[in-house]
Write a protein that binds this ligand. Sequence first.
Ligand code: PEP
Ligand code: MG
Length: 787
Amino acid sequence: MHAAAAAGQAGPGLILLARAPARASLNRKGYRMLSVLRSIVQEVNAAQNLDQALYIIVQRVKEALDVDVSSVYLADPGTCELVLLATDGLDPKSVGRVRLTWDQGLVGLVAERAEPVNLGNAPEHARYLYFAETGEERYHAFLGVPVIYNRKVLGVLVVQRHSEARFDEDTVTLLITIAAQLAGAIVHAEVTGGVSTIQAAKRVKDSRPLHGQPGAPGVAIGTAVVIHPYADINGIPDRKVGDSAAEQERFLAAVGMVRRDIREMIERMNDSLPAADNALFEAYLLMLDSDSFMGGTLERIRSGNWAPGALRQTIQEHARAFESMEDPYLRERAQDVRDLGRRVLQRMQDDTPKKRSYPKDTILVGEEITASMLAEVAPGRIAGVVSVRGSRTSHTAILARALGIPAVMGTSDLPVSLLDGCAIIADGYTGRVYINPSSAVSLEYIRLRREEAELSAGLKGMRDLVCETTDGIRMPLLANTGLVSDIRPSMTSGAEGIGLYRTEFPFMIRERFPGEEEQRQVYRQVLESFAPRPVVMRTLDVGGDKALPYFPIQEDNPFLGWRGIRITLDHPEIFLVQIRAMLRASIGLDNLHLLLPMVSTVGEVDEALALVRRAHGELVEEGEAVKMPRVGVMVEVPSAVFQIERLARRVDFLSIGTNDLTQYLLAVDRNNPRVADLYDSLHPAVLRALMQVIEGSHRQGKPVSVCGEMAGEPLAALLLLGMGVDSLSMSASSLLRIKWLVRSFSQKEARSVLRKVMRKESAAEVRDAVTKAVEIAGLGGLVRAGK
Ligand code: PEP
Ligand code: MG
């Protein structure tokens, strides 16, 4: 685990606590407690890894509570045992050796009950268990409190004394508070690789999987090729130089070489990846040539720093700016910036990057596998990707999906340094990674991979088939895009159009609001690629979790604040420029549809429509042959659900943004991992809201589509089919699977599944019932590996 990270997840909680204001009502003892807590928290925040954090906790707790022993036991997820991981007072040699199951000993009792156990004379208790290696018999008083995260007991924090007296109330509450803070730290340590190398190395020898995030679907079976980052840019010091001209030359020469490397990469990928996807690497080129990168670094060199130091400053500044963004997609862009920086640095230090050979079934493994590392391997040789960092939204994952390479991202406790040449299985559906798998696991995955290949071959054949149910009901499937790199897969997937073009991406990758002509060209490319098929372009939807680097918005509750149409109506100059650009882009194509995001009142629609008409009128006056586009409203706020008919009357179509609608209906932040278990679009309340929207729109004779992630999830899509939604828009990678689903059911059957499901009371019950229906229909392969 990285140090800051140890504190990280613990961070929000720990930092919060560290800053908690001392209340006037606190007595002196209370103040002392608070200050003890604060200082423990601060020290834990500064720890280098989980082992060190645990050690600090036991040491400081022992000192602060004036006890004879302080220990932490954590649950080993593999064996379900509680393992002594840190102690101050017991024999240090017992660390890692004392292990008990949940029905053993007092520590087990605390975990089992998930409650504190406070005893004056522990050895007298029926559950007392004696471990010779700890020297424990000398202690009488025992206080154990559970360490709980998301309702799950992760471990137990224990203090003991020689004396025979129960611990007082203050001690109990303090220990409970520390344990609550510790929980976050442990979870974060687990997700950021904090598990000690001893534990991680142990896993190399057994067959238990490690867990990451599914990055790209599929099953990869192959040999690990560990890729180390090219050069550590953060370690470069600043250095004063006299000859700034020579340093500038050195930097420019390196940039030139990297530009050439990237062009070669684009060429190489052209054979296996349609040209438009290479836009990903074109973006590298843009970044490389941007004024803030080139100009910024040259400026720093001119101010006296040597070229590597100036480069480091520029990269760190850019990476930090991205990392501080709330939007997960933009946060991931920090990775691209660092990757680019390392390439330039490497070229400055040594102009020949090492070429290495890759076995035929290469699984790229590393701390941070970047999109460009992936692009360096000849496509036929790469079976999969497993990366410690990154997520679904990393370019690596996006590229892997486009290339059909299974990927697992964010596999935090991967012992990277031990893996080169190991056999690896990566399950891109579940995020599981097996290192040196047992033959049983291997055989099972070989079977799954074979079935999956058969399934994919079958799916490819669906590309040109119409999407209709077995009883002949058409269900157009459209694609969601935003990145230029998404356009090509959308086209080749057989999408009948673009159901959601998120215009914020072109805004996000610039350093200022793009001008009308600049926007027109971007939109034209998209509209032209798909004409005559429809393209639904959403007007700027920033705010919430999507910030523009040059338009910062500080709010306590960004998701309930200034976002989407609220911003653009307050800034008609931004809105009008965008609408004019879209209208001009569609001249002669006339496949543009406009979509208004985050609508919560009918007044917003009236105002937006007036502005659209104004832009149209002005362009006509200017002699442009523009047509008035069809306009739709996104239904993603509960108030829009309850006013659906009034909204529908005003516009031509509706599109349900289930990502936001789910978050607002369930009051669950869509990006907060702490409440991720509660975020489920199959919640009966969400399903009811969807039915209300579809029925209301249809009463007004208006078509309604779903463009949130839900549309691409097979279980949800079946229910949407049953509800009578008019079209579905999803990521291109889901399209053929959903087509298979639609073509396997009649609408009558889908309705009957829906009817059954609407009697359920929870998302889990809904999920079970639809899964059963999908399995019975022989489509289990849609929801898991295999056929
Ligand atoms: C949605 O909210 O479902 C949606 C499609 O919009 P976004 O994910 O861009 O907020
Ligand atoms: Mg939305």
